[in-house]
Structure formats: structure tokens, C-alpha cells
Design a protein around this ligand. Structure first.
Ligand code: SDX
Length: 431
């Protein structure tokens, strides 16, 4: 018998299923149990997909125990220091680091798509003056499915690439416009003379009546945040994009579904929730008593920015961003930003607390990203929109990878039915 197998035995019937083990480049091997229903008449049971590999992917690899994160094989620590966000986008999308010529062509292609159809700008006016930017992002990006009929053939690689570039480029314009709409400022058009991050900051903060002063320190800090959040294996929002894409839905609709999923405070909404938590604590002296709330079994309150489904030692992104946070606040002479002092005290106490130690709860990327975004003057309600901006390249790369599968099938999980046994209908007069 081939040793690279696992045998599942039904002890009730003695029936056996020999399952092949599939091994990847790095990480846990997987048990291919697709024949389970046919052979043993059973499904696997894995709520929240804690132990399920939903696909084969060559894009990102995470080792949660060793704190490793690779984009197409390159460690995040190297890309964070040596790469630009657009270069990381090229790497995630096409699998290799670009040559100079490839980078120039890619940069031009993205710039070409940053403008959005004027008709889309009318969508913003349908939102309340205080709508959350993520609600607007879901709506406007979803509406884009009605604007690009020239790239509807998702089986056509050129159409898929065009949609991927459009989404990465237009997300920055659409996200910035959410902020402009909420503060009552006219939309700023993208400028092709600026880099990706500078262009976004210009669209966010420029004032029509005066030239916008680019801040190199701020742009560098935001570039780092975009690089660190670009992709992360089959997280909740990426899995949503894949699920939507498996029905062969329009790519803009799939990304809108990913944005909606990212908004949750257990996922991308955590960076905003961290700041609200730090504001609620108000003073480092209150941290010790505040932490008690997060350990109460009956309380659903979680220490936002702590814990991770995969990282059970530390989130390598949090380590990088923590150092960048110190450096940025020093450069902005904001080291004594109260939020930062509270965050440092919260981290210190939590990491010494048995509850967090035994559950392997460490700061994740969202614990510090919010402090950097605050220091950059990004409004709190835009934090998750920035995460969505960064993650768009991850979503479209994973979507493209799935659409290239030769025998793409619609994803359709099964269930364990625990409802009423089959029964006859009872007329109302007899109930
Ligand atoms: C992101 O998946 C990704 O890759 C996501 C992401 C990405 O880049 O796409 O990395 C981005 O979403 C980061 C996570 C941001 N979320 C938060 O910071 C919210 C706070 N964190 C928790 O909600 C939680 O840690 C999760 C959602 C992140 C992970 O949840 P799990 O894996 O389901 O953890 P769990 O519920 O199995 O926790 C195990 C134990 C439980 O206690 P016991 O039942 O064992 O007594 O740890 C406790 C939990 O109650 N716990 C926490 C906690 N996180 C877990 N207790 C207090 N505070 C927390 N933050």
C-alpha cells in the first residue's frame, strides 16, 4: 500500500477509505477525502473551516507557529523594507518580481485605470451624510459590475487581467471619494504624475484651493501598511471572494462581497475597533482593570487586535508594524501620543497575563496599524477601507488563480442536519 495515505475506518461497518495525502511546498500536508461520501456515506465536519484546506494556492504561505509570512515565496520582512506596494501587487498577481520594464508597464497600466466613470460619482450622493465608508465601498464597487461590459468574459485571461487592474486602480479613487463625500469636499481626480500611495493621499487630503504638500514620511508609513495587508492565504474575506467567484459572478461583485466580509470587527474591522478600545481605556492607568473584561468567559468582549486563527506565536506583520510605529511617532514627534502609550501598556500587561499566554494570544497586525493610521491623520472610519484598498490585490490574485483552474466548480459546503424529522403538513384549523 502507498504509505502516503491515511485510512479512515467506519467502526460501525468496518468499511475503509484509503485517502491520499497531498503535500505542498511548505506547511501541513492535507488528506484528500473527496471520496468520503461515495465510500463511507459521510461528510467531514469542520465548523468555521478550522482544519480545512479549501484549495491549492501558490500565492501566500503562513506558518502560524514560526511567525512566517511569504508572498510568492518572499519573506514579508524583506518585501516590507525592499519593495513598493505596486511591486508587491505585481508579484502577487503574476508570481514573479518584475523587471524594470515590466514595472514601468504595470505602473502605467494601473495609472490608466485610476479614473472612475463619472456616473459612479452619483452613487455617493445616495448615502447619508454619516454613512460608514465601508458601506459606501461595498455599494460603489458592487455597482461597477454595471460599468465595464467590455471585460465580462471571466474565462478570457485578458478580460480577467483588465478587471484585476481596474479593481486595484479604482479602489484607491473610490475609497478616497468616500472620505471626500463624508467631509463635504469635492472629489479629487487621480493624478498620473504621482505614485500609487502619493496619489491616494492626494485624493484623500488635497484642497482644491491650494497645492497639496506630499509628506514622504507619511507616504512611506502608508506604503508599509499596504504591503503588510496585501494578502493572507484563505482568510474570511478572501474565502468569500473565492466562493462568489466559483459561481462565475462578475469580478466587481466578488470583490464587493470580500469588502463586506472584511468589515466585520473579528476581521478587518479590528483596526478601527482597536482605536475605539484604546480611546475607551482613556489612560494607561486603566489598562489593568480594563483587561479583566476580556477574560470573562461570559463576556463576548474581545481584546481587539489580539489573537489570530493562524498565528499562535506572533504575527510577523505586527512585529514589523510595531517598529515602524515607534519610528514614525518619533519622526512626527508624537511618541507620547496617548493612544500609543495605552497600546504599549496594554501589550505589556496582556503578554504577562496567564489567560493570554495559555491561549497563545498575541498582538496581530491590526493592533498597531490603527495607531499609525491615526498618526497619519487618516480618519478612524477610513481604517478598514484602507485595509480593503491594500487587500484588493490579494483578492484579485486569489480570484484569478481560482479562475485559471481547469475544472473550476461552484463551491458548495455540506451540513449536518439537526432539524425536524420529515413530517406531514397540518392544516391551520387542526394546529
Ligand atoms: C485579521 O485570517 C486572517 O488571516 C485575518 C487577517 C488577514 O490578514 O486577513 O490576519 C486579518 O482579521 C486579524 C484578526 C483581527 N481581529 C481581532 O483582532 C479581533 C480580536 N481577535 C479575536 O476575535 C480572535 O482572536 C480571532 C477572531 C482573531 C481569532 O478567533 P479564533 O481563532 O476563532 O480564536 P478562538 O475563538 O478559537 O479563541 C481561542 C480562545 C477562546 O477562549 P476559550 O474558549 O479557549 O476560553 O481565546 C479566546 C477565546 O475566547 N480569545 C480571546 C481573543 N481571541 C481569542 N479572548 C480575548 N480577546 C481576544 N482577542
Amino acid at each position: 500500500m502507498n504509505n502516503d495515505t491515511v485510512t479512515i475506518i467506519d467502526n460501525n461497518t468496518g468499511k475503509q477509505l484509503v485517502c491520499p495525502i497531498k503535500r505542498g511546498t511548505h506547511g501541513h500536508p492535507v488528506i484528500d477525502c473527496q471520496d468520503l461520501p461515495k465510500t463511507l456515506g459521510m461528510f467531514t465536519f469542520d465548523p468555521a473551516f478550522m482544519t480545512t484546506a479549501s484549495c491549492e494556492s501558490a500565492i501566500t504561505y503562513i506558518d502560524g507557529d514560526e511567525g512566517i509570512l511569504l508572498y510568492r515565496g518572499y519573506p514579508i520582512e524583506e518585501l516590507a523594507v525592499k519593495s513598493s506596494y505596486l511591486e508587491v501587487c505585481y508579484l502577487l498577481l503574476y508570481g514573479e518580481l518584475p523587471t524594470c520594464q515590466q514595472m514601468d508597464d504595470f505602473t502605467l497600466a494601473v495609472k490608466k485605470y485610476t479614473l472612475v466613470h463619472e456616473g459612479l460619482l452619483h452613487f455617493y450622493r445616495g448615502f447619508r451624510h454619516d454613512a460608514h465608508p465601508m458601506a459606501m465601498l461595498v455599494g460603489v464597487i458592487g455597482a461597477m459590475s454595471g460599468y465595464y461590459p467590455d471585460a465580462l468574459d471571466i474565462k478570457n485571461p485578458e478580460h480577467r487581467n483588465r478587471s484585476a487592474l481596474r479593481l486595484m486602480a479604482k479602489m484607491s479613487t473610490v475609497a478616497a471619494n468616500c472620505h471626500r463625500y463624508l467631509i463635504g469636499r469635492p472629489f479629487a481626480h487621480p493624478r498620473n504624475d504621482l505614485g500609487y500611495v502619493e496619489n491616494f493621499m492626494n485624493m484623500m487630503f488635497s484642497i482644491p484651493s491650494e497645492p497639496y504638500q506630499l509628506n514622504e514620511t507619511a507616504n512611506r508609513a502608508l506604503e508599509l501598511i499596504l504591503i503588510l495587508h496585501a494578502d493572507h492565504e484563505q482568510n474570511a474575506s478572501t474565502s468569500t471572494v473565492r466562493l462568489a467567484g466559483s459561481s462565475q459572478a462578475h469580478p466587481f461583485s466578488c470583490i464587493a462581497a470580500g469588502i463586506a466580509t472584511l468589515w466585520g470587527p473579528a476581521h478587518g474591522g479590528a483596526n478601527e475597533a482597536v482605536i475605539r478600545m484604546l480611546q475607551d481605556i482613556e489612560d494607561p492607568k486603566n489598562v489593568y482593570n480594563y483587561i479583566k473584561r476580556f477574560k470573562d468567559k461570559d463576556s463576548s468582549v474581545r481584546l481587539m487586535g489580539f489573537g489570530h486563527r493562524v498565528y499562535k506565536n506572533y504575527d510577523p506583520r505586527a512585529k514589523i508594524i510595531r517598529e515602524s510605529c515607534h519610528q514614525l511617532l518619533h519622526e512626527l514627534n508624537a511618541e507620547h501620543l496617548p493612544l500609543f502609550e495605552i497600546a504599549l501598556e496594554l501589550e505589556r500587561i496582556a503578554l504577562e497575563d496567564e489567560y493570554f499566554i495559555e491561549r497563545k494570544l498575541y498582538p496581530n497586525v491590526d493592533f498597531y496599524s490603527g495607531i499609525i493610521l491615526s498618526a497619519l491623520g487618516i480618519p478612524l472610519n477610513m481604517f478598514t477601507a484602507i485595509f480593503a484598498l491594500s487587500r484588493t490585490v490579494g483578492w484579485v490574485s486569489q480570484w484569478s488563480e481560482m479562475m485559471e483552474e481547469p475544472n473550476l466548480r461552484i463551491a458548495r459546503p455540506r451540513q449536518l442536519y439537526i432539524g425536524a424529522a420529515q413530517r406531514k403538513f397540518v392544516p391551520m384549523e387542526k394546529r
